[in-house]
Design a protein around this ligand. Structure first.
Ligand code: 13P
Ligand code: SF4
Length: 321
């Protein structure tokens, strides 16, 4: 048989499988659970105990009886897990794994925005800092935002932050005007409408599925719009065999696993770049996952009063979804 690995390739291969074995051992030793978002690299998804969207991951963080939560995702997600579990240790493989949406909404500016509109209820997307959560009335994710908005009395004005694309999409779905914060996601604003149209012409039988953080021209063309979990479910249950996927490319791993006989085409970005990969999510690697479990850091540490304040709107979200 021909050996397809060079000597150094096979060394690297066994090194990686050693790291994976060590992670499994550390998981037992720490009584840890590994939670991963769909946008993580596929090897991390395969190592995780649970892979899901922001809402699923928050729910898992509530229900776990592990002592340590290893969060393979971005900072605001790990912060949410910590707020829900103040007594547990929450580890994040790379503390610099941020989010452009969360960064677009600094707490001081958000506070001023709220003060300008004191009669508005603040519904805030989970992609924000703990400080912004603490200043909000209700948190939402892309899975439950519509349901939450529909529970707010018609005459009650709403501030929706920080994603203007998701906000505009929800305005249409709920037929409610809202005051929108001017934030957006670098990944979901990268898709090229022109190239997507080209793909649709090339693959007329395909379905375009998109995350609501995408811009309006993409959402208008989409056959289905939903959170990462909803996109995955749609791909599984749709009779269609081919999908153009307008969200971060990491989700394709679970789509392909769930539907090996279907074809998933990542929606192309404007430039010739890998901009449909979230640079923040991709800061986490298997090696960093191992090292954070081995050293029990980087750890999410938050002020206890801040956690208490941020917990209130998160609990409202869980109760309303
Ligand atoms: P989901 O809630 O759909 O997982 O979205 C999270 C996110 O960061 C999208 O960019
Ligand atoms: Fe934030 Fe966008 Fe990355 Fe999601 S894909 S974590 S919204 S930067």
């Amino acid at each position: 048989m021909v050996n397809v690995f060079s000597h150094s390739d096979s060394n690297l291969f066994s090194l990686q499988s050693d790291v994976k074995k060590e992670i499994q051992l550390l998981k037992k030793e720490l009584n840890a659970v590994i939670l991963a978002h769909y946008y993580q690299e596929s090897e991390i998804q395969d190592l995780a105990d649970f892979v899901g969207d922001s809402l699923d991951l928050s729910r898992r963080a509530v229900s776990t009886n592990a002592n340590v939560i290893v969060f393979a995702g971005v900072h605001f997600m790990a912060e949410t897990a910590k707020i829900l579990n103040p007594l547990k240790q929450v580890l994040l493989p790379d503390l610099e794994a941020g989010c452009s949406l969360a960064d677009s909404c600094p707490a001081e500016q958000f506070k001023a925005f709220r003060q300008l509109h004191p009669d508005h209820i603040a519904i805030t997307y989970i992609n924000c800092s703990a400080e912004v959560k603490a200043l909000s009335d209700i948190i939402c994710t892309s899975s439950n935002a519509e349901r939450i908005i529909n529970q707010i009395p018609e005459d009650h004005p709403i501030l929706f932050s920080p994603d203007k694309n998701l906000g505009a999409y929800l305005e249409k779905k709920t037929k409610r005007e809202m005051l929108l914060w001017n934030g957006s996601c670098i990944v979901h604003e990268t898709f090229s409408e022109r190239k997507i149209i080209g793909l649709q012409i090339e693959h007329p039988e395909s379905k375009l599925i998109a995350h609501p953080e995408c811009e309006e021209p993409i959402l208008r063309r989409a056959d289905f719009v939903g959170s990462t979990s909803a996109l995955l479910k749609y791909a599984q249950y749709s009779p269609a065999k081919k999908f153009i996927v307008a969200t971060e490319a990491g989700i394709l791993h679970q789509m392909q696993r769930a539907c090996p006989d279907k074809i998933f085409i990542p929606a192309p970005p404007d430039e010739n770049c890998a901009c449909n990969e979230c640079p923040h999510m991709k800061r986490n690697t298997v090696e960093k996952l191992y090292s954070c479990m081995k050293n029990r850091q980087p750890e999410i540490v938050l002020d206890s009063l801040l956690m208490e304040r941020a917990l209130v709107p998160i609990q409202r979200m869980l109760a309303m979804s």
